[in-house]
Design a protein around this ligand. Sequence first.
Ligand SMILES: Nc1ncnc2c1ncn2[C@@H]1O[C@H](COP(=O)(O)OP(=O)(O)OP(=O)(O)O)[C@@H](O)[C@H]1O
Ligand SMILES: [Mg+2]
Length: 365
Amino acid sequence: MYTELIKIVEGGLEKDIKKVSSFARLLAEKLAIDGEEKMSKVILNLLDKKKSLGTVNLDELATTPMDQESRMNIVDLILPEAESEQIVLDKITENKISDFVNSVNHKKALIKAGIKTNNSLLLYGVPGGGKTSIAKLISQKTQLPLVTARLDAIVSSLLGNTSKNIRKIFDYADRKPCILFLDEFDAIAKARDDQYELGELKRVINSLLQNIDAFSENNILIAATNHPELLDKAIWRRFNTVIEIGKPSEEEISSLINVFLKEFKNDLFEDKKRSEKLVKLMVGKTPADIKSILNNAMTHVIIHNKKELVYEDLLIELFEFENHGSTSNEKLVEYLNINGIAQANIAEKLNVSIRQVRNVLSKEI
Ligand SMILES: Nc1ncnc2c1ncn2[C@@H]1O[C@H](COP(=O)(O)OP(=O)(O)OP(=O)(O)O)[C@@H](O)[C@H]1O
Ligand SMILES: [Mg+2]
């Protein structure tokens, strides 16, 4: 019994990084003694990778700021992962992100050479397009912790506190090299429709802009929004890199399916015609949609003890996703038929007789 495990869990829940790392190190030592060298090495490697941020280095960030009224944390501290999840992007976006990461990583050299850099990035696009994932990817590539502040949560608090909260967030993020990630950035503009008095709101926006100016000279700022149309020019101007995250192309959809399926056994790519069809049916969906459809389909395979994920099952999930589960069996029969599933196969999948399938389809004609 490794009691260290309990301490590590405790440390994690208490966000006590020191506790987690010291008990993880103890655990690694014990595992090595017990002959579990491989596992011990994995743990030690992980600890080493995080060392640059270090147990001591992060102390300044250990206590996250709170809203005075609600006593809720107003930021979330996420340490950079050793490896990030695989993200599928188009070439242009990929290059822009890699330029951004490079300029962060060469910041010292750039400043030394007298080149003023302003590392601020605005990501905008559809929900589920990958904005938060990109912020995490940048945190991983720069090995800088990600300090996430959700502006919607902050603005919804009393406006008097909003300015104070904004100040607190920037002060906090100023303590150590990190990436400040302002999520739901449009919340600040949306507040205009709310109950607040215009003058007060203007003051809040001004205080945000001033903070951004002062901050991004020395630090890294990323903002994300689903509503770029709500942001005014004064805000756009402050970001030197702006990236629109669009919906994935057919090629990207194909890669996303592969990434999300990982090693899961499936027949989706056995038949070229079918796999092309599948990709076409996914056009217009976001990566998050595609992930959710595939997750549902894989869950179905596992809980029904099936051998592999087959094309028909994925079509059913796709149909249910599009219709939010509220539709008739008839419509599903038609959908499967249109997408090339044989009548006998439809009957088997939906647990009905072939005659019923034929009836539905003949009504259609
Ligand atoms: N380009 C992508 N490649 C791989 N996975 C992605 C991609 N975009 C999104 N995902 C997956 O979809 C999920 C949702 O993405 P994410 O939270 O990054 O989107 P978002 O743009 O921040 O959405 P929101 O506007 O709702 O905050 C994530 O779990 C991620 O795994
Ligand atoms: Mg997000």
